[in-house]
Design a binder for this molecule. Sequence first.
Ligand code: HEM
Ligand code: SF4
Ligand code: SF4
Length: 526
Amino acid sequence: MPAQASPTHAAVRAGVTPTSARCAALVRWLEHRLDPVFGAAGNPLKHLGALAVLLLWILLATGVVLFVVLDTSAAGAHASIAGLVQVPLGLGLVLRGLHRYSADALVLVLALHIAREWALGRYTHVRRPIWLTGVPLVLLVFASAIGGFWLNWDRLGQYSAVSTAEWLDALGLFGAPLARNFLSGQALGERLFTLFLFVHIGLPLMLMFGLWFHVQRLARADWLPPRALSAGTLVALVLLSLALPVTSQEAADLSSLPERLRMDWLILFIHPLLDATSPAFVWLLVFALLVALLLPPLLPARPRPAVAEVQPEHCSGCERCFDDCPYSAITMVAHASGKPGARMAQVDPDLCASCGICAGSCPSSTPFRSIHELVTGIDMPQRSVDTLRGELLQGLAALPGPSKLVVFGCVEGAALHLQARDVVQVDLICAAMLPPSFVDYAVRAGASGVLIAACREGACAYRLGQRWSAERLAGRREPRFKRSEGAPPPSVVWADPGDEAAVHARLDELRRQAAGNTACIEEFAS
Ligand code: HEM
Ligand code: SF4
Ligand code: SF4
């Protein structure tokens, strides 16, 4: 029987609609264009959450310095901020530019972060709370960024503050209209300026707190982008600050309306929109956008795959699965055997993303272990390690030979439907589901070559699978790949959907190598 694609690929992809597949393909297409420029690991599109955090840190650091060096009173703020231009060596301009441009960049990065996670369908099941806790962060980012413009108390700040007050007044929630604080001829009160300070400084603190909730379910959250990307971002912001200095506009004057403003369209676009429409329309629009943001995770999703299951009698409490789980779904608890001091893994079904990475990390998953049924410490009911071994052995037995190639492929990566007469394809929920000992096992069971096809760096659907696979195969992480003497090393190809040609090319290479090895063996034998 020629090798057939196992049913997993189709089953996993069954819930993917053509539209969502097209959106995901677009994201991959963009990422693949940037991979050669930044390297797969440093691609900014793969670190948007981390980039947002970096920008928040820059905002926080520059904000603290600005707060310390500037006059933060209603009467003195404008002159003090405008005076930054005079600080020697352009330091004032850099400080101010970093603060402003980081805020602008945060808005852009945030929009891309939301678009990417949405396009990749990352809002269902275990990601639902992650998505939902992200939504308030958008409001906090905009509210605090808009509040920042008021602190300058220049014409732009005046325009923004008055426009916001009128917009809020349209809700009719306040006893006295907020806009009365900006009556013609009146000076800005210190109490109101303190409120501005609270909006601009208090809300980011809430944002940091909210961020903790946002990533709480993620193990080893990508808190900062790779060093080169962080440094590049900082340098780009500094250069931008010097090339396009941020300067104050005329001091605010409540006796007249501001004209000819230099707008910040990324953050303050809401005000021209209010001018062009009406407060009611903009409230409706904001409400509609919020609903649109909250809706995806609340809509019915495809059925949730089975979660990982622990078999206490096969769990030694080694903690490898606990270390490798990307969603912190595993805790170590007292062992069911009751043996004093013994521990075992326990899976929280609400947190489990059904990735199978834990099965790949368990020492009990080695296929050499059992002749009959391979029961391991932690496994996926929908696709057990025993099933993988069964498919491998059956597939190898069915190939006519002499060349017999095995492809272990992640179903989230390149779409493989290998029908060749010399190939066994074994599908994995995630590449890191494969215990590395399977490679050696396949060779001993008759494979002339083994290819592992996993997603590109930074593109794992389960965040850490590609990283753990690479580290395990390189012998840097347990369970480490060990090669028997004389066995060929596994061939690895990092291939996303769309990279099918790369897999086929590597397979052809493997085929040639295997044919060479077979010829050598035959020559030696004769
Ligand atoms: C200031 C705002 C935000 C910041 C700083 C931020 C930051 C982050 C970070 C650091 C991660 C972890 C990335 C990783 O380790 O894989 C993350 C993940 C995520 N974020 Fe955000 N985020 C923000 C807003 C949002 C919003 C508004 C949404 C959607 C409405 C969102 C959706 C997600 C999702 C779904 C994940 C999980 C991805 C996965 O499981 O692979 N985030 N975010
Ligand atoms: S299947 Fe994935 S998310 Fe679930 S426990 Fe195992 S490693 Fe964690
Ligand atoms: S990796 Fe296996 S043996 Fe180790 S704690 Fe997890 S289930 Fe138990």
